[in-house]
Design a binder for this molecule. Sequence first.
Ligand code: IVH
Length: 700
Amino acid sequence: MDIEKLISNYREEKDVAKKISRLREIISICDHHYYVKDESLISDREYDQLFAELVELEKKHPELITPDSPTQRVGGEPLKEFRNVVHNKPMLSLSNTYSFDEIIDFDRRVNDLLEGEKVEYFTELKYDGVAISIHYENLLFKLAVTRGDGFSGDDVTLNVKTIRNLPLRVNEVSFNGISLRNFEVRGEVYMNYNDFLKINEDRIANGERPFANPRNLASGTLKLLDPKEVAERPLRVVLYYLDVEGVQLTTQSENIEIMRKMGLPVSPYSKLCKNIQEVFNFINYWENRRHSIPFQIDGIVIKVNSIQQQERLGTIARAPRWAIAFKYEAEKATTKLKNIILQVGRTGIVTPVAELEPVKLGGSTISRATLHNADYIEELDLRIGDTVVVEKGGEVIPKVTGVILEERPDWAVKFIFPEYCTCGLNGRLVRLPGEVAYFCEHPECPWQVRRRIEHFASRNAMNIEGMGERVVDQLVTLGFLRNIASIYELHQKSQDLINIEKWGEKRVHNLLKSIEESKKRPLSKLIFALGIRHIGEATAKILALKFGSLDALMSASEQELMTINEIGEKIAKSIVNFFNNPKEREIIDKLKFYGLNFEEKETQFSEKFLEGKTFVFTGELSSLTRAEAKSKVERLGGKVISSVSKKTNFVVVGENPGSKYQEAKKLGVSILYEDDFLKLLNEVPLDSNQITKTDQPTLF
Ligand code: IVH
């Protein structure tokens, strides 16, 4: 049945239980198409709408919530530690080889042991991720365990539950007349390369250390104790193993087919090979193509297809005799290290970079590679003039991984990490306690200034159109920009700007216009844009919400900051240090003087859109205190009262609500659960009139 029809059936359904189950089915079909088949059945907007409807229905009928509901993917409080779970059967590893000869040996061994029986191989991509074992009971997702030491691993059920391409309920599939309802599957949790890049970009922008490769990111994510954080990272899973207690399955290829029919994610790139020659063809086929799939693989797995034959071959030393992994060589090259230069990031972190004699590596020519930090150079005992090995593993930037000592010339010189930055302002390079990175202390370090202004103007920050990397570079070089505040002084120099080669009046006009517009950005954007170490977009939003104004945030103490759930000592210290720096204070004073918005929301609404509305609170809110909630409502023109009457506009319901909740229901007063309430405060569109008409029709 097509999706439109399912949606209209759901809309027409009157029975709540049936309505909810239809809605769940629609969402799970959409998820399957989106995450497994890579196609969208409906628009993102429509999907979000349906999902919100399900949340709403379940809120009204909590007794109808089931564990496989898509709303249950993210849930539960952060764990203190993971429980240890013993595997039904050990999770084995694979023997590896880089050579075709050893594959021929493998084929010979298999054939010898099976005494001339016909052998087929099933070849699969070797996904570069983290092994996982997943149990389904009665068709429902039940348990997920990491490989651990092969015999027992960590119970990461709540984390794996957030993985959107994994169904929480599988389709019922029969095998030889037996319905497969309870079973174990195994596979790999991984992340697509683009998602990995995006997360690293954000981390770098936030002054956090990027992950080395998608595998580290996937494994780091699985080990997070808070499933909510996991849910924000787009993990995926692919399955390649099925085990049903008491059922003798026939072949690997058939198992994959069964899992596919169950709706489980399996690789579309596997192949059944009749002989070892076809296996080689498969390996050769993927040698070049492995770079054009969205995720990283580190080789090919070759498996004897028949399960019976697998069982007869057995295992030795924790690796099966019936399978082998062929690994592609990491792309490496050797070249000369010409120099080591320092690169300064937005938060002042200085990274040493190797300047190389250009060399071909993995399809492109490279002339730079990262050296990570001073300790790394020390460990490699690297000297300028050395012949070095560069590698492009899964990493974004190639790295120097070794030195060929025999080729070291007499004149090779040791690199001494400079004491001062190359910025010309003599900024001292200092190392933070407990961190490997050095950073330039001078807030006006032109390298840092460039990165900071770029960040300030970037789309997710103040969104100043026409002020990208190149323009910033040009304006800093020409002396127009010295710090972020000087952006708002540019209008005084419009004539000089017009005279810049190839600029002209129109361009300057547009730039000044978008600079002017940026003054109205919400407080959270401004906080993010300031470029405080460790403050990403999400933290900036929380700070804006909690403090309501930049002045309040600036005067907050470390202790005060740490009372906020999401803020630990590191972040609190970073904020206090930032605002204690007189140079930063000076810049902020200027921003205020130039009229940037320092208050949460005020400038976003043309009017106080809660004017005349009354609110009653009952129960505990989890993300803000009663006092904070009250001040927010009041700031938007609303009034908070203590008892419910027919005239009350809203009753805001938190955890463990009191009798006011029942009262509100009885009197038919609009009920806002915490999410709704936050939405109302934060996500109302610019024009408050729109709210009544479209987004929140039932509220007003
Ligand atoms: S089969 C005995 N198939 O590689 C069977 N493993 O080096 C062992 N891996 O622990 C697993 N893709 O994490 C198998 N298509 C695939 C795989 C695969 C990735 C990982 C898995 C395993 C490791 C062994």
